[in-house]
Design a protein around this ligand. Structure first.
Ligand code: CO
Length: 139
């Protein structure tokens, strides 16, 4: 089902500070910041030739990533995003096999304007898995 890794996302306590560090110390190529209201996050993408790392800080009062930062004050790995060809089929198959989909179970728009869903970390060894529908995704 899953295809390429699309991105790996990290939560950071201070996005501007993180951007400065990743740019100045690692020489990273970083996108302009973008606010994702629906996801309660302000994000950048650290671009590289074979995928990218998403850095995100909480945005707004009810950000779903605020709790993560309380548990992990320095930030850390938040989720891994895999590409799939058909997110509706992926959801059906996962639900049939007993996987839990986060939130209301509905497919939402992700950071790239593609449909995404998130799988419960308890079903996947403590790490949140995001699936994103792309034309070059898995089966
Ligand atoms: Co993501």
């Amino acid at each position: 089902m899953i295809g390429r890794i699309n991105h790996i996302a990290m939560v950071v306590p201070d996005l501007d500070l993180a951007v400065a560090r990743w740019r100045d110390m690692l020489g990273a190529d970083i996108s302009a910041p973008n606010i994702l209201e629906d996801h309660g996050a302000r994000i950048v993408f650290v671009r590289s030739v074979n995928g990218h790392v998403e850095l995100m800080e909480p945005y707004g009062e009810k950000s779903p990533i605020s709790g993560f930062l309380q548990r992990n004050p320095d930030g850390g790995l938040h989720h891994i995003c895999y590409e799939v060809n058909d997110i509706g089929l992926a959801r059906q198959s996962l639900e049939a096999k007993g996987a839990r989909i986060l939130g209301d179970g509905l497919i939402k728009m992700g950071a790239h304007g593609n449909p995404v869903l998130f799988l419960h970390p308890k079903d996947f060894n403590g790490t949140l898995i995001e699936l994103e529908q792309t034309s070059g995704g898995g089966t």
